[in-house]
Write a protein of this length. Sequence first.
Length: 248
Amino acid sequence: MKFIDTHIHLQDFNANYTPQLIKKSIDAGIEGFICVSTSEKDWSRVAKLSEEYEGITAAFGIHPWYVDKAAEDAILKLETYLRQYPRSMVGECGLDGLKPEREKQEKLFAAQIELAQNYKRAILIHSVKSGGMLEKFWPELKKSVYVIHSFSGSLEQARQILQNGGYISFSLSILRNKERAEILKQTPKEKILLETDSPYQGLIKGEQNTPLNLPYLLQEIAKMRQEDAEELAQTIYQNSQGIINGTY
């Protein structure tokens, strides 16, 4: 089986370990990675990783946790990165109802959606306790290619994402969701992506996560969907390639 980790923070691993991790992952069938930034501070490191490794696709964005630290010209700088790296994506961006600065969150999210549309890039979205906040963005998101990353919300929220044309990316967190079986069964396989959000969200709380957990995640999802794991893995791999190559 072949995999692409569609949401990973490689820049947050120990730099000396990264080459070894990438080699181990490739040997295990993980052929690609979308390396996702969270603020201006790590854009250059994500860019460098995408230059050093052919299988790494960069994503540049401002995470809702860091909007209060964003410079006034952050969106202009972000646009520069998108121009410089034509295969890059926009993210991680989005909304978090557990964090303050809601007005600034929404302002920067709207600006990043606009950039993604202008440059025809996919958007990788963080959405936590933000169902109500997302309402006003559905009309624009429906015009975009976007992914709700590490989805662990309700079945109703999953339906809303799908009704508005989004992809849903699952990490290990879905295995702890009370509605996991129905969410996984009702998500069309053509709309599923897999990720680890490494080095975060490990199998055990506090344990470092890695892309090596993707085969296990796929097997668990296939069981709950009652589908052949090989066939499901192939479809998800094609979905991931479509997001990366812009073929959707």
